[in-house]
Design a protein around this ligand. Structure first.
Ligand code: SAH
Length: 255
């Protein structure tokens, strides 16, 4: 296997690049692809930047040019439901593009001419992500995020959720918008800007993919202010240790 790891933001991937062995870089199409070994797994890491087109072109090139066989997206997201808190981890079961609306020609959310609105994440990869996320919260969390930082972000007992992730070219920061989306999309756990585009590409190319996100905000009026500090202090460490556990388990047990 060759694993492609996509992150949207620099801070989320920096630690992984530093941990990589035998790393070589290739610049292509405005992105830098770093190829090497991560805890025994042949890996290509790349920053997609933000948005669905950015996610889609990155996933396509990872497969077509860099020959990855699996794609893992790690990043942050807004909470898609009131029961989900900042610091929780979400793993996609399925993914939808919430800003796709070609009605009345096609049902809302359906990607025209595919007959699909919800694209699946790979079941086995999702289970491996869930195991890595639980392992992180049980064994690493209190060591890597100190008490003061946990207090700042009110991270008491983070939980792991599996469900529907909605992506669109919009940073969600309005409670009424997120409430309406939650009502329209049962099982919604998170909103972000790339995952469903990556999932569509992977579905069309027959590549297993998984999307795992740390909840960075409640997709309400506080979202923008919470965001940058959270990435640096919390999300980057979540991503690093979850990917470490994911790769170590793969190296030990195989696919
Ligand atoms: N202020 C940031 C912009 C980040 S955009 C900057 O200047 O760099 C938000 C990124 O985090 C996207 O990659 C998206 O996938 C995710 N995200 C986190 N919270 C989100 C929210 N509430 N709505 C949409 N995307 C969100």
């Amino acid at each position: 296997m060759r694993l492609g790891i996509i992150s949207a933001l620099h801070e989320e991937q920096q630690g992984l690049i530093e941990a990589m062995q035998h790393a070589t870089t290739t610049a292509h199409g405005g992105r830098v692809y770093t190829h090497g070994q991560l805890w025994g797994i042949d890996t290509v890491c790349v920053l997609s930047r933000i948005g669905k087109v950015a996610g889609a072109v990155t996933a396509t090139l990872l497969v077509e040019k860099f020959k990855v066989t699996h794609i893992l997206f790690t990043g942050v997201a807004g909470a898609g439901d009131a029961s989900i808190a900042v610091g929780d981890i979400v793993v996609a079961d399925t993914l939808v593009q919430h800003d796709m609306d070609a009605s009345p020609l096609f049902p809302r959310f359906e990607i025209p001419l595919t007959g699909l609105s919800h694209f699946p994440g790979d079941h086995a990869m999702a289970l491996q992500c869930l195991t890595a996320a639980h392992g992180f919260l049980e064994h690493d969390f209190v060591d890597v995020i100190d008490a003061a930082q946990r207090a700042t972000f009110r991270l008491a007992q983070p939980r792991v959720h599996r469900g529907l992730i909605a992506s669109g070219d919009q940073f969600m920061h309005d409670r009424t918008v997120i409430n309406a989306l939650n009502a329209a999309l049962p099982g919604l756990v998170a909103v972000e800007m790339e995952g469903a585009a990556v999932a569509q590409v992977c579905y069309e190319l027959g590549i297993p993919c998984a999307v795992i996100r740390t909840i960075s905000d409640n997709a309400n009026a506080d979202a923008a202010t919470d965001f940058l500090t959270f990435i640096e202090v919390v999300a980057a460490r979540y991503a690093f240790h979850i990917v470490r556990r994911y790769c170590q388990a793969l190296a030990k047990h195989g696919l």
